[in-house]
Unconditional design. Structure first.
Lengths: 269, 310
């Protein structure tokens, strides 16, 4: 048993260490302009929360959730903004920045001449994206608690949920970015991301859509993310969240596997 | 250790990209401490070979052992002991010169403190200490190449792979790179390099293979190759433009061999001065005459019918 497990553990520890060195490179490369980008990524969902959640919310009034709870519109929108913020933070790093390093700067061509393997590069970049994404999530949860849009204990639970959301979108972003041929392709991805942002049960409950559309919305990753975090922030009965967690875990693993495979194909020519 | 297994061992090595065969069944052995060269024109398969040796390109066919290991199965372990200077710089433009070395050392698992110390030593070695905190972008081509060479040394490799280390550099920058590579060679570092510059091959390589169209057409020490395939001296005759063919016929029989290039006629002879006298004796007046010793360029020309650099 030990003979079987130990080598794998050692290998996993090595992979983790090497991935951390890839992330370490990004820490070294961090400059002032990057911090500004970081701040904007946090401000955007906050502005949406204020403009739509609070602003439009004043016109909308209260909402009755499927579970029967009556909540203010801002309370309804806030968890969705947390989910979107986790998505945006992860995708910014794993699509635009990753694509730039991969195809434009050709950084990974240099990295693969070292003991680093593609999966370790992918994990390192994802890990780095999650550091950034988690910072967004924590900051956003602080705002939500301060605005009384969720309780402290629920907010604390929402952080790991948001991190999971980040992992899923980050991994998916890496996989998608390996298929991108140009910056134009990435613009397209941006449009898809914005569509998800608008229609994933973020501003309007999915129950409000016609049956077919509703089904379509409910299989999208951001819907699952919003559903999970809203459940945590507002509180719902049942085990629906397990489906969300499973969904996001599958996306994470699948994204990483596809990203590593694609990187191997493209780099080990 | 000498006489032991070669550091690089290839038999029938093939690399295909779709229908195109870049490397077509080559046999190579590189021993510890030698400077080994792949000489050939662009498209000869040199870079593809280097990428396979560097364990970043799986061979399509044949046997390949690096440091006694299998590059497909043990790629990471082999790469840990290689230093690679690729043809196209893959330096990190978001980092400074020094950071490029330290961060790269970290990829090999070298502790940060050691990495910093080694970076300082290597910057000194490639004469870039003054630019340590500069970004990579404003560096000249020669400086970038020296930094790439320094980066290839950061893990104290057993073998250093240099893919066209001086291509695109001006003469002064090339000499500086050569001088540094020569020092490495003297320190006993095993160097494997590709080049299409015959002077580079002659100066740096203990042994080389001449590649053309994915195949090895000759192998040996530079001097030995020249002696085997070429005459002692070469007379270069430049006639008026477009008339090389015509005059070539008129100097036929003067040497062992006559080669006609677009801009000059080459006479392969044992005694250059005697041949020049004979040319003048035949009443010919070339615009320019040069007598020189045979070089690898001539070997290549004989073996492939083409020049190395057009």
């Amino acid at each position: 048993m030990v003979a079987l497990v130990l080598p794998r553990l050692v290998a996993a520890a090595g992979t983790a260490r090497r991935s951390a060195r890839v992330a370490g490179r990004n820490v070294t490369a961090m400059k002032l302009s990057y911090w500004l980008l970081l701040v904007s990524g946090f401000l955007e969902p906050l502005l949406y929360l204020l403009a739509i959640g609070v602003g439009v919310g004043a016109l909308v009034g209260d909402l009755t959730l499927p579970g029967g709870q009556v909540v203010s519109y801002a309370t309804f929108v806030a968890p969705a903004m947390l989910a979107s913020s986790a998505m945006t933070g992860a995708l910014a790093e794993t699509t635009f920045n990753f694509f730039g390093k991969f195809k434009q700067l050709k950084l990974y061509d240099g990295m693969i001449a070292t003991p680093l393997r593609p999966i370790e590069i992918a994990l390192g970049e994802l890990g780095w994206a999650m550091v950034r994404g988690s910072a967004y999530s924590v900051a956003f949860v602080v705002v939500l608690v301060a605005m009384d849009l969720t309780t402290l204990s629920r907010g604390l639970l929402a952080v790991p949920a948001a991190v999971l959301v980040g992992f899923a979108f980050g991994a998916a972003g890496l996989a998608l970015a390996t298929f991108m041929r140009s910056w134009q392709d990435l613009d397209l991805l941006g449009s898809v991301q914005f569509t998800l942002f608008l229609f994933s049960g973020t501003f309007v409950p999915a129950e409000a859509y016609p049956q077919v559309l509703r089904w379509l919305v409910e299989v999208t990753p951001l819907y699952r993310a919003v559903h999970l975090i809203r459940g945590v922030c507002v509180g719902v009965d049942g085990w629906g969240w397990l489906l969300d967690v499973a969904y996001l875990l599958v996306v994470t693993v699948l994204g990483l596997v596809v990203a590593a495979r694609r990187m191997s194909t493209l780099l080990y020519r | 250790m000498t006489g032991a297994r070669p550091l690089i061992h290839a038999r029938g090595l093939v690399k295909r990209f779709g229908d195109f065969t870049a490397v077509d069944g080559i046999d190579v052995d590189v021993r510890a401490g030698e400077a080994f060269g792949f000489l050939g024109p662009n498209g000869a398969g040199k870079s593809s070979t280097m990428r396979m040796v560097g364990c970043v390109s799986p061979p399509s066919e044949g046997e390949l052992r690096i440091l006694g290991l299998d590059p497909v199965r043990d790629g990471a372990a082999i790469r840990a002991r290689l230093g690679v200077c690729p043809q196209v710089d893959s330096l990190d433009p978001e980092l400074t010169v020094r950071e490029n070395l330290v961060v790269y050392a970290r990829y090999f698992g070298i502790p940060r403190r050691v990495a910093r110390q080694r970076a300082a030593e290597l910057l000194d070695f490639v004469q870039l200490t003054e630019r340590a905190d500069s970004k990579v972008e404003p560096l000249s081509g020669g400086m970038r190449r020296r930094l790439t060479i320094a980066r290839a040394l950061v893990n104290e490799p057993d073998i250093v792979l240099l893919d066209e280390p001086t291509t695109g550099l001006d003469p002064q920058a090339r000499h500086l790179v050569w001088e540094r590579l020569f020092r490495l060679k003297q320190q006993g570092v095993t160097l494997v390099l590709t080049t299409h510059y015959m002077d580079e091959a002659e100066q740096l390589c203990d042994r080389l293979v001449v590649m053309d169209g994915g195949r090895i057409v000759a192998e040996g020490a530079p001097r030995a190759l020249i002696e085997r395939y070429s005459t002692r001296e070469v007379v270069e005759l430049r006639f008026a433009a477009e008339s090389q063919e015509k005059y070539a016929g008129m100097v036929a029989g003067l040497g062992e061999r006559v080669e006609v290039l677009p801009d000059r006629v080459l006479l392969y002879v044992a005694d250059g001065d005697a041949a020049v006298a004979e040319v003048h004796g035949r009443g010919l007046a070339p615009a320019n005459v040069l007598v020189r010793r045979s070089s690898l360029e001539d070997v290549f020309l004989l073996l492939t019918g083409r020049t190395l650099v057009e």
